[in-house]
Write a protein that binds this ligand. Structure first.
Ligand SMILES: *Cc1c(COP(=O)(O)O)cnc(C)c1O
Length: 499
């Protein structure tokens, strides 16, 4: 590929960057080793291959290369990232600093209890904080992600039923899952040995008691429900639904990925939820996206407490100890103690926020409703009612001009925004799902609204602008079908001589 001339200086965002192999000079190095005091001995030839073709670079060349590449990314530290159902909110840097404290970051996971009382106290207290925020009895920090927390919860529900079957309760083989569920829910139910039974949504976007009453048969282990649901709506009949599930011998799993909307407001314990998972990488100050690590702790009611993973931290006087004698526990789900660094950030976040956790949720909901009201004239809003932390539009108004959700998303990139979630949830045709989060100021929200209105105007006046978007990025619109069906996963770009 021939490259256009790039000036040697760095005038702002540099979108041309040579490959590492095209930089440097033979013999250049980023380190200097102490001169050897012993004679050099050649290795036997049979154990020497050609070796990898590493580029020869100075430390500065490497630092600049990767720092430049990092400016090609869009992150929540660069701008607004309104990805619905994912809570891409800004994470205060103080919590990173706390996780990096050597006493936490360098504690070896095999330290005996007497040498890591502080870390054990953090585990003990964070479990209590998390349980308290949703009104449940106990928690475990072991699961490493949301889906892992779901697995933990469903394994506990399965274990509870198996325990009851010993005393004659009917065999449970199915789980009810609403249409709006995240794809991980049916996957988890299946992995836990259950068959999924779909619960259709009512006309207003909620699940309805009548459906649960119809579906909640003797062989159903319970319900997996996301609240607020993935349309950003608070399930209106949930308390009655949960009572119905319990009455028919089932348990209720709450997918808590959308906790950011309801921290301190919803008492899941009083609503009757038996187990919930948290996404610490959505709600509790761990950066989200880019491959982790995250964490998906669970909290449970008294019914499921004996089934929690072990070992657990208990407090004996003022000492913290490991409890390993847990006869009903589903066992260990993670090496050592889960994603401990993520737990430190959540602990620091909760302590630094205090009562303001409630305010964060209130602002997240206010911001989503503000965007919904300001944009509903320009974009189709299939469920026009107060929303929680996110709102769902579609491209129905733009379709007449042959402008799709994908075009709208791509054009937003040109206007400086990460696109919202698109084509999810599936219950809405061509969804555009916006979650602004609490950390965006009114000016930021107004700027995003202005960009969306600009896109709506372009869809009317110059739809070709949207069809061509993005035009201001390093890489233009990709062939997403081919990328998904025939991914090129090799890093061997040098051989091809391609960028
Ligand atoms: C993100 C999310 C999950 C899965 O969480 P991971 O940490 O990605 O495994 C599950 N349910 C809902 C509603 C989510 O938004």
């Amino acid at each position: 590929m021939t490259r256009k001339f790039t000036p040697a200086g760095t005038g702002g965002l540099v979108l041309e960057e040579k490959l590492l192999w095209e930089k440097g000079r033979k013999g250049r190095s980023a380190m200097s080793l102490v001169k050897s005091e012993v004679p050099v001995t050649a290795l036997p030839e049979e154990i020497c291959g050609n070796g990898p073709d590493w580029p020869d670079l100075s430390e500065q060349e490497v630092a600049r290369h990767y720092t430049r590449l990092s400016t090609w990314n869009f992150g929540v530290d660069t701008g607004m990232y309104p990805l619905g159902s994912c809570t891409m909110k800004y994470n205060p840097k103080i919590n990173e600093a706390m996780a990096a404290l050597p006493g936490f970051a360098k504690a070896h996971p095999l330290l005996p209890a007497e040498a890591c009382q502080g870390s054990m106290r953090l585990i003990y207290e964070l479990e209590r904080f998390l349980a308290e925020i949703v009104g449940l009895k106990a928690a475990s920090l072991q699961p490493a992600a949301g889906a892992h927390g779901e697995l933990c919860g469903m394994l506990m529900i399965a274990a509870w039923h198996r325990n009851n079957e010993k005393s004659g309760a009917p065999r449970k083989t199915k789980v009810l899952i609403p249409d709006t569920a995240h794809g991980t829910n049916p996957a988890t139910a299946t992995m836990s040995g259950f068959t999924e039974v779909k619960v259709p949504l009512g006309p207003k976007g909620y699940i309805e008691l009548a459906q649960i009453e119809r579906l909640m048969q003797d062989d159903v282990a319970g319900l997996m429900v996301t609240n607020p649901n993935t349309l950003g709506l608070f399930e209106q009949e949930l308390a009655d639904i949960i009572a119905m599930v319990h009455e028919r011998g089932g348990l209720v799993y709450a997918d808590g990925a959308n906790l950011n909307a309801v921290m301190g407001y919803v008492d899941l314990g009083r609503m009757g939820v038996d187990v919930v998972h948290y996404n610490l990488h959505k709600t509790m100050s761990t950066p989200h996206g880019g491959g982790g690590p995250g964490a998906g702790p669970v909290a449970v009611s008294a019914t499921l407490e004996p089934f929690l993973p072990g070992p657990r931290v208990i407090k004996n006087g003022d000492r913290y100890e490991w409890q390993t004698d847990l006869p009903l526990s589903i066992g260990r789900l993670h090496s050592f103690h889960g994603q401990f660094g993520v737990a430190v950030k959540a602990y620091s976040y909760i302590l630094s926020m205090g009562q303001d956790l409630k305010k964060a949720s209130a602002l997240a909901v206010l911001n989503a409703n503000y965007i919904k009201e300001k944009l509903k004239g320009a974009f189709d809003l299939p469920f026009d009612q107060p929303c929680m932390h996110e709102c769902v539009f579609t491209d129905a108004k733009q379709r007449a001009n042959k402008v799709s959700t994908l075009d709208i998303a791509k054009r937003l990139i040109d206007l400086g925004y990460h696109p919202p979630t698109v084509y999810f949830p599936l219950v809405v045709n061509s969804a555009i799902m916006v979650e602004p989060t609490e950390t965006e100021s009114k000016e930021d929200l107004d700027a995003f609204i202005a960009a969306m209105l600009e896109v709506a105007r372009e869809a009317e006046e110059t739809p070709e602008t949207l069809h061509a978007a993005p035009t201001l990025t390093k890489v233009r619109r990709m062939d997403e079908t081919t990328a998904a069906r025939k991914p090129v996963l090799t890093g061997d770009m040098k051989v091809e001589g391609k960028q």
